[in-house]
Design a protein around this ligand. Structure first.
Ligand code: ARG
Length: 607
């Protein structure tokens, strides 16, 4: 639901900030800096239209690098009441009133009034050089939000951590990384499903199967998934067991020591398994599971009741929300709390205790209704402003299914769901096999081989996920994701390694060169590469504002393509332009590495 308006709003907030800081000249975000200039032009051109947003977009084509397309819309609004004869005249005026800037080489009005902007080559070169000297951090987006919660991964204890959780983990981590790069404080929250009625059944089964469970420690239930399944079977088949399980829930929730201990032990086993996956994928997370919020629920529900929001319905307590026939249940008819009461409480906690301004939930789209409903309940309570784009705000980042080759939900071999660890093992062993086939085991140490195989294997899994618009389903295919051609992590990692090797083989000290050398963009392919490098900051900012990592993947892939065209047509080592071109190589490598970093992919330096 992230419209252009969100982006425009973000853009405006930041552009006002930079406008007061004009001495600095540019923010790293070219689109925004140009929008800033056009905003000034708009104020002069149409003084009575104070609220008009500058509409500036990047374009590719022979006419320019960016384009302002305010003229046509403005014309529609003002044609009767102004001296302008045609939309094109508005465009001409916007062009003529644009303040002078080093950024711009030339301006041209085209068609019905587009203003095309051609960037100045020397300015592009200078800006890239500055980034090389001062670091990629100077191109970090400036986002007008101080603290963000990213609620992601969030598997359920004892149940399978499945591919859906893998998607949540990968997408959530990337979002967190993008915000962190943008100097936003990020609370990475693992909202683990560690509370609820399934624990009665699990604990009761534990007592039954392993009378000495305390001594046996976790070895008793090493295979927690199997344990879950068996206890579920027992629960469904034996009414007496079912009754005991239901009583166990009450005793657990009442805080009885033995039950708490058994619960903690079961959670611990799951946690170790999750941590294994996080470690392999390089994911940092702080667990605040459902149980954490449980003690706060009664208070929060009381606040909601006092506001008159909570009603009685068929023995349950509910909140009605606009647009839904069924209400949101917050206390079940048996008096127990549920997913919604926990989420409302977690939201309250995040807003009031943690003072987060933007709370982002990463789950499959199947949960959209849950989020929509409890967001609405929170709005009714006045916790959130009516306008969903105003802070504090909440966003549900939904994603589609992972499909198998048969077009059905992804499964491996005979298992019902895919075990994440098996997936990662296979990704690694496949990429290792390819490296060995290329006799890299003779060239590299055993550790290097392992490291690179992991970087490629896990990178491939992550990238195959992130490159798709998250809302679409995608097909999981090892052969495709591990292909070294096309839009894959392998292709991109190789491309980066090749650039590093060009620089290495030149024998030049690149750190020295950064201090003294100059970039020139004379060849069209050099210029195109330069312009694309400059688009990094606005791309990350768009990916953040719209919560869409695939935007960054597209950018990275295009960067690699642009580099390829440059390298094809421009000799680097041994040419007259060696210095400038080596610096372009280095800039590309730096930006590629930053993209990898944001996507949670470990770069490779040799191949
Ligand atoms: N544990 C849930 C599941 O596996 C996801 C939790 C998402 N976060 C939240 N605050 N509801 O489906």
């Amino acid at each position: 639901n992230f419209t252009r308006a969100t982006l425009a709003e973000e853009g405006r907030a930041v552009s006002t900030a930079t406008a007061t800081n004009m001495g600095e000249e540019n923010s790293g975000n070219v689109r925004k800096d140009l929008a800033n200039l056009f905003e000034q032009s708009l104020r002069v051109t149409v003084p009575n239209e104070a609220n008009v947003e500058p509409l500036v977009a990047a374009c590719t084509g022979k006419f320019g690098d960016y384009q302002c397309n305010n003229a046509m819309g403005l014309w529609q609004k003002i044609k009767g009441a102004s001296d302008f004869k045609a939309p094109r005249a508005v465009g001409e005026a916007l062009k003529n009133n644009l303040p002078h800037s080093d950024m711009v080489r030339s301006l041209e009005v085209a068609g019905p009034g587009f203003v095309n902007v051609v960037l100045s080559e020397s300015w592009i070169a200078k800006t890239i050089q500055k980034m090389l000297t001062n670091g990629i951090q100077t191109w970090a987006p400036r986002i007008s939000v101080a603290k963000v919660v990213v609620d992601f991964s969030s598997p359920n204890i004892a149940k399978e951590m499945h591919v859906g959780h893998l998607r949540s983990t990968i997408i959530g981590d990337t979002l967190a990384r993008m915000f962190e790069f943008s100097n936003v404080e990020v609370l990475r929250r693992n909202h683990v499903g560690d509370w609820g009625t399934q624990f009665g059944m699990l604990i009761e089964f534990l007592f039954e199967m392993f009378p000495n469970w305390e001594d046996a420690k976790e070895t008793a239930i090493a295979d927690l998934q199997k344990f879950y399944k068996d206890s579920k079977k027992r629960f469904d088949e034996d009414p007496a067991f079912k009754e005991r399980a239901q009583k166990a829930v009450v005793r657990l929730q009442g805080g009885e020591a033995t039950y708490r201990k058994a619960w903690a032990q079961i959670c611990d086993i799951s946690r170790k398994e999750f941590d294994g996956v996080y470690q392999r994928l390089g994911i940092r997370l702080e667990e605040k599971g459902e149980s954490f919020y449980n003690p706060y629920i009664p208070d929060v529900l009381e606040k909601l009741s006092n506001l008159g929001l909570v009603e009685e319905s068929q023995g349950a307590r509910v909140i009605r929300v606009e647009g839904f026939e069924i209400p949101l249940i917050v206390v079940k008819s048996d008096g127990g709390f549920n997913y919604a009461s926990t989420d409302l409480t977690a939201l309250w906690y995040r807003l009031n205790e943690e003072r987060a301004e933007w709370i982002i939930y990463v789950t499959d789209v199947g949960q959209s209704q849950h989020f929509e409903m409890f967001f609405k309940a929170a709005r009714r309570a006045g916790w959130l402003p009516a306008d969903s784009n105003t802070y504090p705000r909440v966003s549900h980042v939904g994603f589609g299914l992972v499909l198998g080759e048969d077009g059905k939900r992804f499964r491996t071999r005979n298992t019902e769901v895919v075990r994440l660890v098996d997936l990662l093992d296979e990704a690694k062993s496949r990429s290792k096999a390819t490296l060995i086939q290329r006799e890299k085991d003779k060239e590299w140490s055993k550790e290097e081989l392992d490291q690179i195989a992991e970087a490629i294997g896990y990178g491939a899994v992550k990238y195959a996920d992130l490159k798709n618009n998250r809302l679409t389903n995608y097909t999981f295919n090892f052969d495709q994701m591990l292909n070294d051609k096309g839009n894959t992590a392998v292709y991109l990692l190789y491309a980066h390694a090749r650039i590093c090797s060009i620089i290495r083989k030149s024998g030049v000290d690149i750190e020295e060169l950064k201090k003294t050398g100059e970039i020139h963009l004379d060849h069209p392919s050099e210029r195109a590469l330069g312009v694309h490098l400059l688009r990094f900051a606005e791309t990350v900012e768009e990916a953040c504002a719209n919560l869409l990592p695939n935007v960054l993947c597209d950018y990275l892939y295009n960067l690699s393509e642009n580099f390829g065209k440059f390298y094809e047509s421009c000799q680097v080592v041994g040419s007259n332009e060696q210095t400038s071109r080596l610096l372009l190589c280095e800039s590309t490598a730096v930006v590629m590495r930053q993209c990898f970093h944001l996507l949670g992919i470990v770069p490779v330096y040799k191949i």
